[in-house]
Design a protein around this ligand. Structure first.
Ligand SMILES: [Zn+2]
Length: 165
């Protein structure tokens, strides 16, 4: 990469940091809805996290204490994202998992913090879920630090909600 390309790439990243996650995470997602449509379907707090790349305040999600077996689905489009078997207590105040379900997430690098972090989003609707770090437990060593408000918990034995279309 020459200097000019590098500068162009960097300015692209920083310009991208100001955009909503859905725009940042670009290539087209299977499910595409307008801002207005999503606002009708999800709570304002969930909208802020999912489509404006917000972060809920630590310790505020009821899902922190959720220990039952089941499935965590995207609060926007209902895609199953995590199995409760992969949840663990990280002590951070956010629901944490050491592994998502296969093909559930896409990732991109964000520069909102001083250091680059890897944000991840629902592979179907592009809704921002959280950030992944390398200080998780075995066997993956990953910590998927998720916003509870971006998830819905479906207890084992309950039928999963239909995917939103
Ligand atoms: Zn989704």
């Amino acid at each position: 990469m020459n200097k000019r390309t590098l500068l162009k790439t960097l300015s692209g990243w920083f310009a991208g940091a100001a955009l909503p996650a859905a725009a940042l995470a670009a290539p087209p997602f299977p499910l595409k809805k307008s801002e207005a449509e999503w606002k009708k379907l999800v709570s304002p707090a969930a909208y802020n996290v999912l489509f404006e790349h917000g972060t809920e305040r630590a310790g505020t999600s009821a899902l922190n204490a959720e220990k039952r077996p089941g499935t965590y689905v995207c609060a926007a489009c209902n895609l199953p994202l995590f199995d409760a078997a992969h949840k663990y207590e990280s002590g951070t105040g956010w629901p944490s998992f050491w592994q998502p379900l296969p093909d559930a997430m896409g990732t991109s690098t964000d520069f909102k913090a001083i250091y680059p972090r890897t944000e991840y989003h629902c592979a179907r609707c592009g809704g921002h879920q959280g950030h992944v770090f390398n200080d998780g437990p075995k066997p993956t060593g990953k910590r998927y630090c998720n916003n509870g408000v971006a998830l819905a918990f479906v207890s084992q034995g309950i039928t999963l909600p239909a995917l939103r279309t």
